[in-house]
Design a protein around this ligand. Structure first.
Ligand SMILES: NC(=O)c1ccc[n+]([C@@H]2O[C@H](COP(=O)([O-])OP(=O)(O)OC[C@H]3O[C@@H](n4cnc5c(N)ncnc54)[C@H](OP(=O)(O)O)[C@@H]3O)[C@@H](O)[C@H]2O)c1
Length: 297
């Protein structure tokens, strides 16, 4: 089968499409014919060798966590899914014609494979950090870096729960944030004052890792009311860094509920073929993705 792989850590140019052995589903796993794979910043962090502690990586290595496709192998001890089912979920080496998933759910009606591949990691992350920051209905949540994949999910889940969101994004994404129910403002020079003028902040999430932890603590008045997923210096300010994934099956179940009630939609910014994996990574690394980028197989 065709698969995206890298033999050394480095820039997007180390990604190659190779002919590889097909993987097989072990106990508790399924194999899918991949139709689309989500492009997450984690994918290029692994490719650069940035996160070897959390993701020990033996070379040559495949790429990709999220995928959507058609089940074609069901491992031992797996129930409730059969060959031919359309599923989305998380696994490994998903930029490939076939991939093994360790967590999955049946895709909801009306969702394309391309769209579905964008949900698993971002929804798991969004649900986890909304829970960890402890924000309640009626409260006001500041989201720094609100227009990307995780931000798009956070905004819509918060809206569904009756939480008011103030989101920061670039000038081109202000209407996008408003469309997701947030009060929008731009990041950059003067942003703290702009947020202050918008009123009280009960809790804050740092999704962009743009060096704003001190300001988020000032705005909330309490480091325990701030969570970062992107700034490893957060603990220096007494702020928690959230990096351990929660239950993916629970997150997918909640995503399906939200999608089927019309309360959650993650737009696909752009699709790429396997041969365009380097371009997909370079575009993701440029740091201005709206929603999610996906590989189409
Ligand atoms: N720790 C974890 O468990 C975990 C889980 C998932 C993701 N992450 C990390 O969290 C980060 C976000 O992930 P993602 O998938 O949402 O990324 P993404 O889709 O690539 O989104 C990046 C967003 O950052 C915004 N941005 C760029 N510069 C900014 C700035 N100076 N201030 C505020 N926003 C800025 C961009 O907004 P504009 O386009 O409007 O400029 C863009 O929408 C990544 O670093 C990723 O590695 C961590």
């Amino acid at each position: 089968m065709r698969k995206v792989s890298f033999a050394e850590f480095g820039g997007p140019e180390v990604l190659q499409v190779i002919d590889a052995e097909e993987p097989h589903a072990g106990p508790g796993e399924i194999r899918i014919a991949v139709r689309a794979a989500g492009v997450n910043p984690a994918d290029w962090r692994v490719r650069e060798g940035q996160v070897l502690k959390a993701h020990p990586t033996e070379l040559p290595a495949g790429v990709g966590l999220d995928a959507a496709g058609v089940v074609d192998e069901v491992g031992a001890d797996v129930e409730g899914v059969k060959a031919g089912d359309h599923v989305f979920g998380e696994g490994s080496c998903t930029y490939a014609e076939f991939a093994v998933l360790s967590a999955w759910a049946r895709m909801p009606e009306g969702l394309s494979f391309e769209e579905a591949a964008g949900y698993p990691s971002v929804v798991e992350t969004a649900l986890r950090i909304i829970g960890e920051v402890g924000v309640r209905p009626g409260q006001r949540l500041l989201v720094s870096g609100a227009s990307g994949g995780v931000g798009s999910a956070v905004l819509q889940i918060a809206r569904d729960r009756g939480i008011t969101v103030i989101g920061t994004a670039g000038a081109a994404n202000q209407d996008y944030l408003r469309g997701l129910g947030a009060v929008a403002t731009t990041y950059g020079e003067g942003w703290v004052e702009r947020v202050r003028r918008l009123g009280r902040v009960d809790a804050a999430l740092d999704l962009a890792g743009s060096g704003v932890i001190r300001e988020l603590v000032e705005l909330t008045g309490d480091p325990r009311k701030v969570i970062s997923i992107a700034d490893l210096s957060a603990p220096e300010f007494g702020v928690r860094f959230s990096g351990v994934a929660g239950s993916v099956p629970d997150a997918l179940a909640e995503a399906i509920d939200l999608i089927s009630r019309g309360r959650l939609h993650i737009p696909v910014e752009k699709s790429y073929t396997l041969g365009e994996a380097a371009a997909a990574h370079a575009d993701s690394q440029a740091g201005h993705t709206r929603g999610r980028r996906v590989m189409v197989v």
